[in-house]
Design a protein around this ligand. Structure first.
Ligand code: SF4
Ligand SMILES: [Zn+2]
Ligand SMILES: [Zn+2]
Length: 322
């Protein structure tokens, strides 16, 4: 694919040809200035939220998509300036036939090339069943939740278990601005005040959970996709076969339409919530307990993972999820 360039020169260097126009800021950027600008924004987000300590052991959730592979590249470069920090990549194979294998291959290849230590864990080995099997079992439930609901809960647990095993002090995920704003709207739709209060890297971490950071949370998805393209990141572009069942897809479409007619509205929503956060958090006090079945940290006496798996008759041995 050839780069489409504009006649007007880059607004940062004033020399090279424009390859990217940022509608929300009016900036026209050449290839080099775009790459530098995105990496600078990520570094700024990391320091704004004090996401890392110099001696952190970071477990990066590496799905094999454009966002996580781009973040791998950026964190790998940053790691070189912090000799005491350690970067690990963790790929979770949910067990989605015809979809996840290609992404895992991209993840393995990138980690080998960059020499980043890489761990692959699967739902099958941790929970005794694949996501495909979970989705099939859920068909018998009245009002069965969308596949992504199961996937999200199980993947969160899988990442936590893998990160604990690695002795990680932080889990980094590649959620971008679009993901954050979509989640915000979804939590509003569902009236989930607890989750609204949790969507925050500054939130004091509850005992039992490894702190999660999102260095891309202020970067629009379209810019990460362009960064991946410009820097030659090879990633899986095929969408997940279950993606179409989620309400998130409709929220995404709606937000993209709004953004097209009101450039910058995603940032506006994001920053508005930043102002509301202290109010939301002050009204949410969740006690952290230990799940009676698996012993993992949970806000209820039976955690979401055990609850979901037992409803489906997939909780293998009482007392253990792995
Ligand atoms: S689209 Fe849904 S089911 Fe597919 S990988 Fe993402 S969260 Fe899981
Ligand atoms: Zn330039
Ligand atoms: Zn449990």
């Amino acid at each position: 694919m050839a780069l489409k360039t504009e006649e007007k020169p880059c607004s940062l260097c004033g020399k090279r040809k424009t390859v990217y126009f940022r509608p929300y800021s009016g900036e026209r950027l050449c290839r080099l200035c775009f790459i530098r600008s995105l990496e600078r924004k990520v570094r700024r987000t990391i320091s704004k939220y004090a996401m890392f300590n110099p001696d952190d052991r970071i477990a990066l959730a590496l799905s094999g998509g454009k966002d996580s592979l781009s973040l791998l590249q950026i964190l790998h470069r940053l790691e070189a300036s912090f000799p005491e920090a350690e970067l690990y990549a963790v790929t979770v194979n949910e067990g989605i036939e015809g979809y996840r294998d290609e992404a895992v291959e991209h993840a393995v290849e990138a980690c080998q090339r960059l020499r980043v230590k890489h761990v692959v864990v699967s739902f099958r080995e941790l929970f005794g069943c694949t996501l495909d099997e979970v989705v099939e079992a859920s068909q018998s439930l009245e009002d069965s939740p969308a596949p992504c609901s199961y996937c999200g809960v199980l993947r969160r647990r899988a990442l936590n278990l893998a990160a604990e095993k690695l002795g990680a002090t932080k889990i980094a995920t590649a959620h971008n601005l679009d993901d954050e704003v979509q989640t915000l709207i979804l939590n509003l739709i569902h009236g989930d005040v607890y989750k609204l209060g949790r969507i925050d890297p500054e939130a004091p971490e509850a005992e039992g959970f490894i702190p999660r950071v999102k260095p891309f949370r202020e970067i629009p998805e379209a810019e990460i996709a362009f960064y991946a393209y410009l820097t030659g990141v090879k990633f899986q572009s095929k969408p997940c076969p279950y993606a179409g069942y989620a309400l998130r897809g409709e929220v995404r479409w709606f937000l993209n339409r709004l953004e097209a007619s009101h450039p910058g509205i995603k940032f506006t929503l994001y920053h508005s919530f930043e102002k509301l956060k202290p109010l939301v958090r002050s009204g949410v006090k969740a006690e952290i307990l230990k799940c009676k079945l698996c012993g993992e940290a949970s806000s209820k006496t039976i955690c979401e993972v055990c609850n979901m798996l037992s409803q489906l008759g997939k909780l293998k041995e009482p007392g253990k999820t792995n």
